[in-house]
Design a protein around this ligand. Structure first.
Ligand code: FAD
Ligand code: NAD
Length: 466
């Protein structure tokens, strides 16, 4: 007889493992199936964590090399790339093992193998040795995440034609890298390799980077990255990529039809990710997909089948780890009969470059489209005393508030620690705060967070330090 669970989650990423822990906390007999051999999903294994580790290490390398201008003389600074990669791998191992410990602590059964539907309540699991097992469950949550999108006809070999996974484990600093796509991955990984000495060229289809982000932030961001040495080729379409023994040629056409070829050691394709439903055999459970081949769900994360749910990158919405986690908690609470909920108006997005870029809520462009009257408060880090004290003054804070009610509708930051500063605005928005609420909150001095307070003051044109 197959073992029976009250809930089974397919996929052990930030959506899946968090959902499994919450269900176990709520008293359900729960299992989590993961095929990659370690928990934590894309995020911990080949995404958020290794990329942030390399962003940090490459930034430290870059900073140390430039310390003498600040009166700190260091000897010759040399890069040991294999040691740097080991340091990154260590961070990944510690965290993925940590998740395994958390599942054990919460009495979640961790099943290693590839899960696929046999019926609406049965899942077949095949392990690495091709041994098969069938389990049954009252409730099933699909949390199988996403995979990189290749360009048509161009396969990833992860040596010359790289997805983000390959870009996280290059063995020798390439002389030249073409990054196709100026979004989250292209700009984070482009920054890493640029700081380590690679000549990085970003080829982008649109006339701006980071589509969907507030335009003013996106323009400032590109200006800063250009100053750092990254080269941008906007409104260029990649026609084909020809591999050579020691690299590749990327053939592009710009908006006026001019052709330009880029010779390169490696090419990073970062043009987005797609929902991962491969090998799930969703037909056996008769589960519907949406127009983008993602699992279709209602507002309670339920699919067209009453006992089957889906969360994270495999459904609609931003492909972010914290969005997947929050959905994991909400769906677990819904399954046990509580009222799980995710507020999609307050999901922050952060790009961990230097400086960091952080965004939450509506952009100016969205407010214009929606005919909402808004006020803008802006404050530059150039006028922030902490930023001045440590000579880290690039960027600004921008707060958008409703003209009539003063309610904060969105905030967009570029600057030091923007990814941490955005949390304050997230909480304010969750509580329906006005810009005046932020402006009247005492912020410690000297901190970067004073720039948030000053931007809030500036909504009503009463910033003190500008
Ligand atoms: P995933 O993390 O993709 O996990 C799904 C898991 O399911 C995988 O481990 C997969 O092996 C497993 N699986 C799939 N099919 C099956 C099956 N049939 N049986 C068993 N197991 C299966 N987001 C952020 O918020 N912040 C960041 O800084 C950030 N950085 C990123 C950097 C990179 C380079 C990349 C690629 C992504 C980054 N992301 C970041 C996005 C983030 O990784 C994803 O949004 C997040 O991992 C989605 O979580 P998930 O649980 O939905 O899916
Ligand atoms: P993305 O959607 O962020 O950016 C893709 C970029 O490629 C866009 O600028 C798009 O206009 C461009 N593009 C698309 N097709 C193109 C083509 N044929 N030629 C040239 N340019 C083209 O996608 P991504 O960078 O691959 O990242 C995928 C997702 O992973 C992100 O959307 C994000 O959700 C997640 N992620 C998050 C973080 C973070 O939170 N810090 C980091 C990395 C990845």
């Amino acid at each position: 007889m197959s073992e029976k669970f009250q809930a089974v989650i397919i996929g052990g990423g930030p959506g899946g493992y968090v959902c499994a822990i919450r269900l176990a906390q709520l008293g359900f007999k729960t299992a989590c199936i993961e095929s990659r051999g370690s928990l934590g999903g894309t995020c911990l294994n080949v995404g958020c964590i290794p990329s942030k580790s390399l962003l940090n290490l490459s930034e430290e390398f870059h900073k140390v090399k430039n310390l003498s201008s600040k009166g700190i003389e260091v000897g010759e600074v040399k890069l040991n790339l294999s040691k740097m990669m080991k340091s990154k791998d260590k961070a990944v191992t510690i965290l993925t093992k940590g998740v395994e410990f958390l599942l054990k602590k919460n009495k979640v059964t961790y099943i290693k193998g590839h899960g696929s539907f046999k019926s609406k309540n049965e899942i077949n699991i095949k392990d690495a040795d091709n041994k098969e097992l069938t389990i049954t469950s009252d409730n099933i949550v699909i949390a199988t995440g996403s995979v990189p999108v290749p360009l048509p006809g161009i396969n990833f070999d992860e040596k010359i034609i790289l997805s983000s996974t390959g870009a996280l484990k290059i063995e020798q600093v390439p002389k030249k890298m073409i990054v196709v796509g100026g979004g989250y991955i292209g700009l984070e990984m482009g920054s890493v390799w640029s700081r380590l000495g690679t000549e990085v060229h970003v080829v982008e289809f649109l006339d701006h980077i980071t589509p969907g982000m507030d335009k003013e932030i996106s323009e400032e961001f590109m200006k800063i990255l250009k100053k750092q040495g990254i080269k941008f080729h906007m409104q260029h379409k990649v026609e084909k990529i020809k591999k050579k023994n020691d690299g590749a040629i990327v053939f592009t056409t710009d908006k006026d039809g001019n052709k330009k070829d880029f010779d390169s050691d490696v090419v990073l394709i970062s043009v987005g990710r797609k929902a991962n439903t491969d090998g799930l055999n969703i037909k056996a459970a008769d589960i519907e997909l949406d127009e983008k081949q993602r699992i279709k769900t209602d507002e309670n994360f339920k699919t067209n089948q009453d006992n089957i749910y889906a969360i994270g990158d495999v459904i609609t919405g931003p492909m972010l780890a914290h969005k997947a986690e929050d959905e994991g908690i909400a769906v677990a609470e819904n399954i046990v009969g509580q009222s799980g909920h995710v507020n999609y108006d307050t999901i922050p997005g952060v790009i961990y470059t230097t400086p960091e870029v952080a965004t939450i809520g509506k952009t100016e462009e969205q407010l214009k489209d929606e005919n909402v009257d808004y006020k803008i408060g802006k404050f530059s880090f150039m006028a922030n005393s902490r930023a001045k004290a440590i000579d880290d003054t690039e960027g600004f804070v921008k707060i958008l508030a409703d003209t009539k009610t003063d309610k904060v509708l969105g905030a967009h930051l570029i600057g030091p620690h923007a990814g941490e500063l955005i949390a304050e605005i997230g909480i304010a928005m969750e509580f329906g705060a006005s810009s005046e609420d932020i402006a009247r909150t005492c912020h410690a001095h000297p901190t970067f967070s004073e720039a948030v307070k000053e931007a809030a003051l500036s909504v009503d044109k009463r910033a003190i330090h500008s």
